[in-house]
Ligand binder design. Structure first.
Ligand code: IMP
Ligand code: MG
Length: 181
């Protein structure tokens, strides 16, 4: 796998350190709120499991699977629901945990859909943010790192379903996806 990686962008140590900081912040802000943390499959799964392990407050978890990419490196703007939540969220404090915010279409769709179910609050926690790519007016409430307009893989993030099991975040060699537009 490492043959396809041009450069490691965020090391395992840096990920761990930042995730601990986010967990501390969420612990403080959600003390006594018993939040429902929603993992957006599949990309957020590594971030999610590390984040909740660092949190010390009572919380609940649920999973939702959506897809916004047919494959490749560009967002289609279309979001497809593959698996819905098991839990009802009415009156709950919700934290959506996502891997990366790019155009913002995916999280805008999710946020609107969840708000339609009358939760008490909905906040967004994403590991990575590419603000220069944003096409909708939406910001993450909690974010790990801001990154440049570069396609990254690893730590849950994929290119055509590959590289999710890399323990750190890296930049793919352009030769791996060249030919795509
Ligand atoms: P958005 O709808 O354009 O904000 O796209 C969000 C989704 O696109 C994320 O959940 C990822 O699955 C995927 N994505 C965006 N940028 C990258 C990247 O650099 N690497 C891997 N997946 C990405
Ligand atoms: Mg994703």
């Amino acid at each position: 796998m490492y043959d396809d990686i041009e450069q490691i962008w965020i090391s395992k140590d840096d990920l761990n350190k930042r995730i601990k900081e986010l967990a501390t912040q969420l612990d403080e802000e959600y003390k006594d709120k018993n939040p429902l943390m929603i993992c957006i499959l599949k990309g957020a799964v590594l971030f999610f499991t590390d984040l909740i392990r660092e949190m010390e407050i009572p919380l609940a978890i649920d999973f939702m699977s959506i897809s916004s990419y047919g494959g490749g490196t560009r967002s289609s703007g279309e979001v497809k629901m593959i698996k819905d939540l098991d839990t009802t969220i009415e009156g709950r404090d919700i934290i959506i945990v996502e891997d990366i915010m790019d155009s913002g279409y995916t999280l805008q769709y999710l946020r609107r859909m969840l708000l339609g179910r009358n939760p008490k609050s909905v906040k967004i926690c994403c590991l990575l943010d590419k603000p220069s790519r944003r096409e909708v007016d939406l910001q993450a409430d909690y974010k790990g790192f801001e990154i440049e307009n570069q396609f990254v893989v690893g730590y849950g993030l994929d290119y055509n379903q590959k590289y999710r099991n890399l323990p750190e975040i890296g930049i793919l060699k352009p030769s791996v996806y060249c030919g795509e537009e």
